[in-house]
Design a protein around this ligand. Structure first.
Ligand code: UD1
Length: 416
């Protein structure tokens, strides 16, 4: 298994090009399964998760051609509406094929994802919504079977604005008969982009960017092209490193997607310059401790909670970080304490007592964003850090060590 090594406490300076967003491209790829013909998706990050999605799309029958950051999907011969356990268990976002495949085939068989490192992560909202749209759902041998000749539009109120459930409903309802209204819908930028892509394909979705999405069902969608939006979580990860270690300019991004994060970084003492497609961060002289809570968009994202803790462990005093989206998403806490951080966990809140310095250590990566927090801590720590199980990082970050090396980090990978 590959390991990443870091000799820390080196200043960072320079520019980083931001990649396309993982959480935007995965539902877009699933949506391409809904149509015959050629769909061209550009700015696709070369991540383990995009390769897993391609593998799944090929099992389903799509022809995928991935060169550089451009993915061509041909949907002419799609004939197997099934997502096997082997893939769904490695990437929960495989569940995104549920909506597109029931829309195209009137039948779909998808493995239940099971739990994950962040806790149970149920899919009940997805299934309840499909049932409301008229699908017959059965569970057999760990698989969900959903059937409906044609879905019928209806009103769906989500108990929580789930990103995945909103995405699946949007795709399923695009070709349903009549109008579907989703209230309490997720309004993450990645959902906005999915709506725009579906509309380019011929869907009729309005209310984009709000919590009330209205989908007027159409008979059929057609293949279309799209460029994936920038990865706001990658941006936030580099900002966290910049907050501790230097002056970094991040390019090809959308600062509007990071308002809550930029606000907190400024409050913590960082200097931030903003243009319409770049951000430059200069580290704080002394990090001010702040209490934050993760919320759905436009609140502070749970996907940056771990990276934010890596900043706060070096703050000048006490802080608290509460995760309101995923209560158990703290596997990075014991690993960060191995660097000499002082974090105590109580339910879904991390209580952090800032320390003056942290020291490099061997640590273990446990999920995508937890891994990113360990890289940030390793970069800020005195001495050598060894990060094990880095396949988690490769699921969600394109060339992360190369990007950090380009701005002066002493970081390398050893293949194992
Ligand atoms: C997506 C993101 C993930 C991010 C998360 C929250 C992708 C591929 N992944 O995950 O990176 O951390 O949004 O911003 O885009 N819930 C239920 N029942 C359901 C569905 C969700 O109870 O059927 C709960 C979850 O357990 C969680 C909350 O709702 O507590 C939010 O989950 P959700 O927004 O669905 O996350 P994902 O779409 O899985």
């Amino acid at each position: 298994m590959d390991k990443i090594f870091i000799i820390g406490n080196k200043p960072l300076s320079g520019e980083v090009q931001i990649s396309g967003a993982k959480n935007a491209v995965l539902p877009i790829m699933a949506a391409a399964l809904m149509v015959k013909g050629n769909s061209k998706i550009t700015r696709v990050p070369r991540l383990k998760d995009t390769f897993t999605m391609i593998q799944l799309m090929e099992i389903i029958g799509a022809k995928c051609d991935f060169e550089g950051n451009t993915l061509l999907v041909n949907g002419d011969n799609i004939n197997n509406p099934e997502a096997p356990y082997e893939l769904v268990k490695t990437m929960r976002a495989s569940f995104y094929v549920l909506g597109p495949l029931i829309s195209r085939f009137g039948f779909v068989k998808v493995s239940l994802p099971g739990g994950c490192a962040w806790g149970p992560r149920p899919v009940d909202f997805h299934l309840k919504a499909l049932e409301k749209l008229g699908a017959k759902i059965t569970l057999k041998g760990g698989y969900i079977l959903a059937e409906a000749k044609r879905l019928i539009g209806c009103k769906i109120g989500l108990d929580f604005p789930s990103v995945g459930a909103t995405g699946n409903i949007l795709m399923a309802a695009s070709t349903a008969q009549g109008k579907t209204i989703i209230s309490n819908a997720a309004r993450e930028p990645e959902i906005g982009q999915l709506c725009r892509y579906l509309n380019k394909m011929g869907a009729n979705i309005s209310g984009i960017g709000t919590t009330n999405l209205v989908i007027d069902g159409v008979e059929k969608l057609n293949a279309s092209n799209i460029e994936v939006i920038p990865d706001r979580i990658e941006v936030g990860t580099f900002l966290a490193a910049g907050a501790l270690l230097g002056k970094i300019k991040l390019n090809q991004l959308n600062p509007k997607h990071l308002k809550s994060v930029l606000q907190q970084l400024k409050k913590a003492g960082c200097h931030i310059e903003e243009t319409n497609n770049s951000l430059t961060i200069t580290k704080a002289n002394s990090i001010k401790p702040l209490n934050i809570e993760t919320k759905v968009y436009p609140g502070f994202p749970t996907d940056l909670q771990a990276q934010w803790i890596s900043i706060m462990i070096l703050a000048n005093g006490r802080s608290k970080v509460t995760d309101n989206v995923y209560y158990d998403r703290f596997s990075h806490v014991p690993e960060l304490n191995r660097f000499g951080a002082n974090i105590k966990l109580k339910k879904n809140t991390a209580f952090i007592e800032g320390v003056k310095e942290i020291i490099g250590a061997p640590v273990m990566s446990t999920d995508i964003r937890a891994s990113a927090s360990l890289i940030i801590a390793g970069l800020a720590a005195r001495g050598k850090t060894e990060i094990n199980r880095v396949y988690h990082i490769d699921r969600g970050y394109e060339n992360i060590e190369d990007k950090f090396r380009q701005i002066g980090a002493d970081i390398w990978r050893e293949k194992g």
